[in-house]
Design a protein around this ligand. Sequence first.
Ligand code: FE
Length: 132
Amino acid sequence: MSEKITKSEQEWMDQLGFEAFKIMRMKGTERAGTSPLNHEKRKGMFVCAGCGEPLFASDTKYESGSGWPSFYQPIGDDAIEEEVDKSLWMTRTEVHCAKCDGHLGHVFPDGPKPTGQRYCINGASLKFKPED
Ligand code: FE
């Protein structure tokens, strides 16, 4: 993994816009069912909306019914980092981009085979690059 990307809050705000800034830099959550990426079924790569790093391949995406894009596995072991999140009176595992620290969502141990993991990701934290 290459070096981390660091930018000022103002630079992130200018780049991402307020809605994605709230999610990626302030650990917000988009309203369930609102991301167009929920229904993205083409082959391709989901990359970080903050820095463009590849995070999830389309063949690990599945329909979880949660209203957020869901994957059972990241593209590589060092693509994302985890952190314990005790907000909202719960203990959850937060996931963020290893390169730019942008908040992605949470991972839960109720996913499908082969990993049993459910990466529940804000669509606003991702950009989809279709395979050509
Ligand atoms: Fe990133």
